[in-house]
Design a protein around this ligand. Structure first.
Ligand SMILES: [Zn+2]
Length: 326
């Protein structure tokens, strides 16, 4: 048994994980005042799960940040105050067992691959931004230092809008297929067309949220449907690119925006089919993600289980330094 920890911008979730089954799940709000306070909160929650579930062999942690994998050091992070913190050492010292840390989208992709039993899988997570992960032979592809694969930051239009992420590029997939992108376009449209249905959906700050765009499209509003058509087309272009590079057996779409998949999924697949190399396309299945709300903790748990298995084969990973528990 291992523990999976999913650190989100608003909540931390912890569960005992065996295979792809999570039990003894617990969660609490993320404390964001300081790194120490956040880690204290994680420690408290982990200890409460250990008290119920028993001592784990290792702990896997998913964080919404760029992670240098060897040390689990957070390189950049939008929502949580952990930049520069070597999480493997910090948490390994607190618990005295191996700790492994990865980007949350990598964990989600790993969970999906193991839940559906597919060893070559690519997953896109469509939410506020666009995240993603690539699983090859059942293991996460991370690049040389663990900072890959940033699937949201491929340009699908060289002259497109500035990327809303922590990214200097323009026309990234995240510039089109994210909640932030929908909000930007809908707000601009509402400003240009004050008599439009979208203009009536502006919030207190004058912005039209992605949720309102989806609601307007569901109500048949032609402006919102045009925004969703653009979203779907750009997503299809991205999917074709990923299929051509990675040739996954399965490409899964998850994240909060996937709940609005009836507004973009079929159109995105149609666009991808028209663009991907036929020999690769006919072998891939594009689906919605099957992992549910606990996919984050399951993916972190699968990560820990895979890493201790690898350590048994090759000796302990050098980056796991344990200060012991005083
Ligand atoms: Zn970008």
């Amino acid at each position: 048994m291992v523990l999976g920890v999913d650190v989100g911008g608003t909540k931390v979730a912890v569960a005992a994980v065996e295979g792809v089954t999570a039990t003894h799940a617990a969660e609490h709000p993320t404390v964001t005042v300081s790194a120490d306070a956040l880690l204290d909160g994680v420690e408290q929650l982990v200890r409460s799960v250990i008290a119920e579930a028993g001592e784990p062999e290792a702990i896997g942690v998913g964080v919404p940040s760029q992670i240098e994998f060897a040390t689990g050091t957070v390189e950049t992070s939008v929502n949580i105050p952990l930049v520069g913190v070597p999480l493997r050492e910090e948490l390994g010292g607190r618990f005295g067992i191996p700790v492994f840390v990865d980007n949350d989208a990598n964990c989600a992709a790993l969970a999906e691959a193991h839940i559906v039993g597919e060893s070559h899988l690519l997953m896109l997570t469509l939410g506020t931004g666009v995240g993603g992960g690539v699983v090859i032979d059942g293991l996460t592809f991370r690049g040389a230092h663990g900072l890959g694969a940033e699937l949201g930051h491929i340009a699908v239009n060289p002259d497109g809008p500035s990327c809303p992420g922590n990214c200097p590029n323009r026309g990234c997939l995240e510039s089109y297929c994210s909640g932030q992108a929908l909000e930007r376009d809908a707000t601009e449209l509402a400003t240009d067309k004050p008599d439009s249905a979208l203009a009536t959906r502006r919030g207190p700050e004058g912005k039209v949220s992605a949720r309102e765009v989806v609601a307007a499209a569901d109500a048949g509003d032609p402006d919102a449907l045009v925004l969703m058509e653009n979203f779907a087309r750009m997503l299809g272009i991205g999917i074709a690119n990923y299929v051509n590079v990675f040739e996954p057996a399965r490409l899964a779409i998850g994240g909060g925006l996937s709940r609005a998949s009836h507004l973009f999924f079929d159109r995105a697949v149609q666009e991808a089919e028209a663009r991907a190399l036929p020999a690769l396309w006919k072998r891939v299945s594009v689906t919605l993600a099957e992992g549910g709300a606990d996919a984050g903790v399951i993916g972190a748990g699968v990560l820990a289980a895979l890493e201790i298995e690898r350590d048994r084969d090759t000796g302990p990973a050098k980056a796991t330094t344990s200060k012991g528990i005083e």
